[in-house]
Ligand binder design. Structure first.
Ligand SMILES: Nc1ncnc2c1ncn2[C@@H]1O[C@H](COP(=O)(O)OP(=O)(O)OP(=O)(O)O)[C@@H](O)[C@H]1O
Length: 373
């Protein structure tokens, strides 16, 4: 699966731009703030129906404008597919495949997968548990539609239960029975989600550990530890035991919405004890494992989007990563960087054909084309 063409209208710093992609490696070169990441983000939109960076759709519309539009042509299983995403201020986001609008965006998730490796990935380590849950949920949901539905259902039930708690807190009365209907549904969906998360991690962790080893950190061991109240105790009992607390808080304090992943290096949390370089390798290995897992389960190569990673890595790691890119048949790869010479040097050295684009103040121009070997 590859993206062939992209037409951007009023998306972030772009007024209008068009790109024809190469089926292998595409490099976008330009100064800081020129719009390189925004190209990858436009592709992330078409893959995941949302920005990688800014979850508020309307904030991705170019300043002073009222809408943005992304039109694209993809090749999937030998078929040409059109994908369209349009966002207009104050209106519902429109997403179309071959000119037909999706009833639910969830139908699209997983059909055109992409994996981004970006400096913003550090949020996975530094931020709170929600970011890590969303990361894990985002991967599983691309493959397992039922998981995504269950997750949305769980969140709706949680909202209802929390609204009831707040309402009763405000009105100064408590009716335990009115919670039973929500608790039963919370238990059912919560257990199912927790089981899926455990199954996912069991398969994912060894892939991740292999990638970390391959990145050249010998003698170090990495792990992901699933922390869940549902493993530590029985969910039904936890809801009962915590009812008094929830009553006073006005929200539900136990459940899979409190799950977390502890990122470990040599059995210590990497957030506290990992060096910057170790954290970077950890995150890259995590993303490459995500790529591999999706590739296996979706039976196709996701797009690999490498945002600004050469600048942040030492030469040794860049070399290792690029060897992996050339050995692992990653399919279509999009790379951004500020340094044209560095990118040429890297891809020439691994003898990987590439196409290069210059990005300047929201304008994109192809600057070099090397024929595929
Ligand atoms: N809604 C918007 N309207 C107009 N411009 C926007 C909008 N959102 C972001 N931008 C602009 O897009 C530019 C950033 O583009 P982008 O992140 O793609 O840069 P980049 O080339 O990847 O830079 P760097 O090399 O620093 O990572 C910034 O100048 C930012 O102000």
């Amino acid at each position: 699966m590859e993206i062939r063409k992209l037409h951007i209208v009023q998306f972030k710093n772009y007024q209008e731009a068009e790109i024809s992609f190469f089926e292998g490696v595409n490099c976008f070169i330009g100064p800081n703030g020129s719009g390189k990441t925004n190209i990858l983000d436009a592709i992330h939109y078409l893959s995941m129906c949302r920005s990688y960076l800014n979850p508020i759709d309307s904030q991705n519309i170019r300043f002073e404008q009222s809408f943005f539009m992304l039109q694209s042509v993809w090749n999937k299983d030998g078929q040409e597919v059109d994908l369209y995403c349009g966002v207009k201020k104050g209106q519902k986001k429109i997403f179309k495949k071959n000119k037909a609008e999706y009833d639910k965006l969830a139908e699209h998730i997983g059909s055109f997968p992409a994996v981004m490796i970006s400096p913003y990935d550090r949020n996975l380590i530094s931020e709170g548990s929600e970011v890590r849950r969303k990361w894990m949920d985002g991967i599983i949901s691309q493959f397992d539609r039922r998981y995504l539905e269950n997750l949305m259902r769980y969140n709706r039930i949680l909202d209802q239960r929390n609204a009831l708690l707040k309402n009763q807190l405000k009105n100064g009365f408590f009716d335990r029975e009115s919670f039973e209907v929500w608790d039963e549904q919370l238990l059912e969906t919560g257990h199912s989600i927790s089981t899926k998360r455990q199954e996912f991690l069991k398969e994912f962790i060894p892939i991740f550990q292999l990638f970390y080893d391959e990145l050249g950190a010998s003698g170090e061991s990495v792990n992901l530890i699933y922390k869940s109240q549902l493993i530590e105790g029985d969910f039904r009992s936890l809801l009962v035991v915590n009812m008094d607390r929830d009553k006073h808080l006005g929200y539900t304090s136990v459940g899979i919405h409190k799950d977390d992943l502890i990122f470990e290096l040599n059995a210590y949390p990497i957030k506290k004890f990992g060096s910057q370089g170790q954290q970077k390798s950890y995150l890259i290995a995590l993303r490459l494992a995500q790529y591999e897992w999706l590739k296996k389960h979706l039976n196709q190569n996701p797009l690999l989007l490498l945002d600004d990673i050469f600048d942040k890595l030492d030469n040794n790691r860049v070399e290792k990563l690029m060897q992996m890119v050339s050995n692992h048949s990653f399919g279509q790869v999009l790379v951004t960087d500020t340094d044209e010479e560095r990118v040429k040097r890297i891809f020439d050295s691994i003898q990987e054909p590439f196409r290069m684009f210059k990005v300047e103040s929201g304008k994109i121009e192809q600057i070099e084309l090397q024929e595929a070997r």
